[in-house]
Design a protein around this ligand. Sequence first.
Ligand SMILES: [Zn+2]
Length: 209
Amino acid sequence: MELVKGVHVIETYATTTLLIDDRLVLIDTSADADAGKIMDYLSKIRVKPKDLSTIFITHTHPDHVGGLAAIKHGSPAKVAAHRIEADFIARKRVYDGPPGVQRHPGTHVDVMLDDGQKHDGLEVIFTPGHTRGSISLLDATRSLLIAGDAANNESGLGPMDDRYNVDPKQHRESIKKLAKLSFDTAIFGHGPPMKGRASTKFADLAKQL
Ligand SMILES: [Zn+2]
């Protein structure tokens, strides 16, 4: 569905986001089994994987990186991720956090991202703790935060289940970091998007952490 103009939220196991303006950007690729679902959505709105400029991966968990190899296949899109996460996505290093052994086909990361960097119109917010190199992305022109799994909105806004966090304390520090930003809309890896003064809800949560 189109959440706000040019922002498509594709309902896969973990949310996939597509931004459309003067460029086409995909954020996350869900699980392996969902790659077809993402392709079907793209074709329905007449977007071809080869026209994507960047595929951002917020973190290396299987339900965010699983579909990457299939979507990237035959597409010149650049894959972008935090530099800490890049070797896990490429499967050059064994990821040491939950949920355990990685099985996705390794895909090379072309663009190494750092905190505060802007790439293809999005600002990188380094939000480690869920995984070692997790990021969220801020689209300032739309006042939109794409949180990834830096927070969860499945039963109200909160941290992710600590069974899936490599460093629960750091994960909470990252939520506090997001709470200092200003954004109206937020999209989550898990749970429905939040519309209207979303950052105030992050600020409320941060006070309780
Ligand atoms: Zn995750």
